[in-house]
Design a protein around this ligand. Structure first.
Ligand code: MLT
Length: 265
């Protein structure tokens, strides 16, 4: 895995292919391994880049961050490795960061992919739940967070028929550094509402959602598609919150189709 040093942080990232840079940002509390099938499967049509965000995966140690500061760090990384302008995609937390990036660095973007994510901020109830999760990770570690999250991340069919994916995701969740989980929960809890920005997005945008996503359901994705001028929506059959892992072929097909329209512009 190549690395890039940004300030005092070493960022590990996966990279394969040549041509248009297509960057995938993982969700919480995950890492770039959720994109393994995209790095491999889309490298024939693009230069695919998937970083372990600072504090996650191999990009240790944990660092305090906000969604906004993470967008700045991703920008620094992409400047550093010569990957701008890019098509930037993010799943869930990665989507919050991709939206912040689009607000700050419009000129460096050729396209945007919002994957199983949302634009609004946490509700009061969700903030209370974040604080409880902070207590949980402090007292019981990453495995307790993995136990709490795993059932919500995957669709029923994946949970019952794909033990390989369940185990892989469980490993990724359990291996996240507890302090990174704590910092991430604070960043997610305190993130800005980006809803009012959606009508201002003027790069080609693909909104993707798993048909059975229980965390950011299809109705949320439809709302974003409706609010973003010209955006298109892909609903991935048979997937929950993790279409890149649960249905990689369908997911990659949707992305490859979108990239063809971006490249044609
Ligand atoms: C994620 O998948 O990144 C999280 O579910 C995001 C969140 O909890 O807001």
């Amino acid at each position: 895995m190549p690395t890039a040093t940004i300030g005092s942080t070493t960022i590990h990232y996966q990279q394969q292919g040549t041509g248009r840079a297509v960057v995938f940002l993982h969700g919480y509390p995950l890492d770039s391994r959720i994109w393994d099938q995209q790095v491999k499967g889309l490298s024939a049509v693009a230069r695919v880049i998937a970083p372990d965000l600072p504090g996650f995966g191999k990009s240790l140690p944990p660092v305090r961050f906000t969604v906004e500061s993470m967008a700045d760090t991703v920008h620094d990384l992409l400047v550093g490795i010569g990957a701008l302008p890019c098509v930037l995609g993010g799943l869930s937390m990665g989507g919050y960061i991709a939206l912040a990036f689009a607000r700050k660095y419009r000129k460096d973007m050729a396209g945007l992919m919002l994957i199983d994510t949302r634009a609004d901020a946490d509700s009061d109830q969700a903030r209370v739940a974040r604080n409880k999760s902070i207590e949980l990770v402090r007292s019981a570690g990453a495995e307790a967070i993995a136990d709490q999250m795993l059932p919500k991340l995957l669709g029923d069919a994946t949970r019952s028929k794909r033990p390989d994916i369940v185990n892989r995701l469980n490993d990724i969740l359990s291996e996240c550094h507890p302090l990174t989980i704590e910092y991430a929960l604070g960043a997610l809890r305190d993130r800005l509402d980006q809803t009012l920005f959606l009508p201002n997005i003027d790069v080609p945008t693909l909104v993707v959602v798993g048909q059975h996503d229980a965390i950011t359901p299809p109705a949320v994705a439809q709302g974003m598609r409706d609010a973003i001028p010209g955006a298109i929506l892909a609903v991935i059959a048979g997937a929950g919150h993790m279409p890149p892992m649960e249905q990689p072929a369908l997911f990659n097909e949707a992305v490859a189709g979108f990239l063809r329209t971006v490249q044609a512009k």
